[in-house]
Design a protein around this ligand. Structure first.
Ligand SMILES: Cc1cc2nc3c(=O)[nH]c(=O)nc-3n(C[C@H](O)[C@H](O)[C@H](O)COP(=O)(O)OP(=O)(O)OC[C@H]3O[C@@H](n4cnc5c(N)ncnc54)[C@H](O)[C@@H]3O)c2cc1C
Length: 402
């Protein structure tokens, strides 16, 4: 069987994973990224065992571990009193149960690990400063157009171009308009990355913490071998609705969104110099990802709220499964449809589960310490936690049927 030449729009986590997975299957790939350089607006990401399984299988596990953190524990803390419930030893439990670690990693570090793997196989695979503006497909080729007037031709196109995907828009036209018409969740998210040495000693720990309270929650976890702390705070607030990765707020505005929260949360906030903020939008799962020789992956087809910490992990799974389909099924159109069929139900369930978690983290029962203890005991019992996460973590990207 002859292997297709695959073109990928977008060099985010999903696009780079797909590129590496394809190259490892002996399939030629070119990746077109609109940015002039691969620079990330700093943020951390949690990669659960289902994602690290893929990255280890792609030969970059060691590179990932060298750049990331295996949090030694996971805690729930109450917004008002700081009461702490220790859940489990995240790192050890993940390897014991699922065979692969749970890591937290600075996004530029994850991109670097993926790029290292790609450069080893095809040094010139990534083309920067190439913004896709449109494409046409015929019965056996796809023709891409870029903003700089250049063109490219291949056998398959993968739209890994994120939430406002040009590929999705070109594929689905009018139908895409309803997808673009996202509804505001009434929540905004704040985030910042803090050098660990700026935190008081008792907070500078390699532990992943989820602070819960009525109408708000805060997550923080270590990055880069414990040199950095990633902080995300989510607040129910309706006066700002810009969906942006780059908009900045001020430390004072962030602090004002967490009035009366525990001094440990205030200390974290005070250590963030220039926090980013963005509005959280909800989109209905997209009914179709593929037409002919073109398909989508990651945020382009299943953007999600961050409350299950699975957006990037699912993009990684997509890339891996897509490469398996394209290497094992002779007809590219069939391969893309089989990939879509294998991935759609799971990613839809993840998007819906993530929205449910928002209500769980912000429940009004958390207002008073007495009600809160019963609520946390119930919602974070071993059984409930397993119910919410086990189906995600035990997925085996390398053996799932296609
Ligand atoms: C606060 C927050 C916390 C999160 N935490 C987690 C977490 O803990 N764990 C987790 O798994 N996920 C997390 N996520 C989700 C995760 O970051 C995303 O789901 C993931 O990055 C999606 O990857 P992607 O490759 O599909 O898209 P992107 O990362 O958006 O990449 C798309 C790429 O395409 C490029 N592009 C766009 N348009 C064009 C074009 N026309 N031509 C060429 N290139 C183009 C872009 O420049 C970009 O490089 C979080 C998200 C948020 C907002």
């Amino acid at each position: 069987m002859t292997t297709p030449h695959v073109l990928i729009a977008g060099a985010g986590i999903g696009g780079l994973t797909a590129a590496l997975a394809l190259l490892r299957q002996g399939i030629d790939v070119d990746v077109y990224e609109q940015a002039a350089e691969l620079r990330e607006v700093g943020a951390g990401v949690q990669i659960s065992a289902n994602g690290t399984r893929a990255l280890f299988n792609l030969g970059i596990g060691e590179g990932l571990l060298a750049r990331s953190c295996e949090a030694s524990g996971k805690e729930i803390r109450l917004w008002s009193t700081g009461q702490t419930w220790t859940l489990f030893d995240l790192g050890a439990q993940s390897v014991a149960q699922y065979g692969f670690p749970y890591v937290t990693v600075y996004r530029p570090d994850l991109l670097e690990a993926l790029l290292d793997g790609i450069r080893r196989l095809k040094p010139g695979a990534i083309h920067l400063g190439r913004k896709l503006t449109g494409f046409e497909q015929d019965s056996d080729r796809v023709h891409l157009r870029f903003a700089d007037g250049q063109i490219a031709t291949g056998d398959v196109l993968i739209g890994a171009d994120g939430i406002h995907s040009r590929v999705r828009h070109t594929l689905f036209g009018q139908e895409d308009a309803s997808f673009e018409d996202a509804s505001f969740t009434g929540m905004i998210a704040w985030r910042g990355v803090i050098p660990m040495e700026r935190l008081p000693a008792h907070l500078a720990r390699p532990v992943a913490t989820n602070w819960v309270g009525p109408g708000r929650h805060v997550i923080h976890y270590p990055l880069r071998g414990g040199a950095l702390m990633n902080v995300v705070g989510i607040v129910e607030r309706a006066d700002w609705q810009v969906e942006s990765w780059t908009a900045r707020g001020t430390t004072a505005e962030l602090a004002a969104d967490f009035p009366g929260w525990h001094p440990d949360v205030q200390a974290m906030i005070a250590a963030i110099d220039a926090p980013h903020k963005w509005a959280l939008m909800l989109r209905r799962p997209l009914p179709q990802w593929t037409r002919g020789r073109v398909t989508l992956l990651g945020d382009a087809c299943h953007p999600t709220l961050p409350m299950l910490a699975q957006g990037a992990v699912q993009a990684i799974e997509d890339g891996y499964v897509l490469a398996r389909a394209l290497s094992g099924i002779a007809d590219p159109g069939d391969a893309l449809r089989r990939y879509e069929a294998a991935r759609q139900e799971r990613t839809t369930r993840m998007v819906l589960g993530s929205a449910e978690n928002a209500a769980r983290f912000h429940n009004p029962e958390l207002a008073n310490p007495e009600g809160a203890a019963a609520y946390v005991g119930r919602e974070w019992s071993e059984d409930r936690v397993r119910q919410r996460y086990d189906w995600l973590f035990r997925y085996q990207v390398d053996t799932v049927p296609l």
